[in-house]
Design a protein. Sequence first.
Length: 132
Amino acid sequence: KMKVVQEVTANWDTELAFKGIKDALKAHKKIDAVFCAWDGGTMAVLQALKAAKRDPLLIGFDCAPNALKAMKAGDVDADVAQFLFKMGYEGVVAAVKLAKGQKIPKRIDTGSMVVTPGNVDKFVKDNKLPAL
């Protein structure tokens, strides 16, 4: 039941993400949540939110270590994880099959999950990431 009030195109540039959220915060008195398409943007948005003393839900994407640390600190509410090892592994398996003339599916789902403060430690452990 959320309404999108503004989209910011940052072209994977943290400075553009920072400027874009600053402009959005000025334009909209009420922002309940911000979703970032990559964690470079998540960290830029977090900086702008702190400067503006605003605290909407902040959801990132990629589960970069700095975003996971910010989650542990209570600054990021959720982050969407992809399983990069599995993506690479399945990509190599598919390439080998194609090289052998075998068919592969049009889409290979390698999974994803939403990481939250409640499961971040398990996510870090299960994926053998450095401790936060």
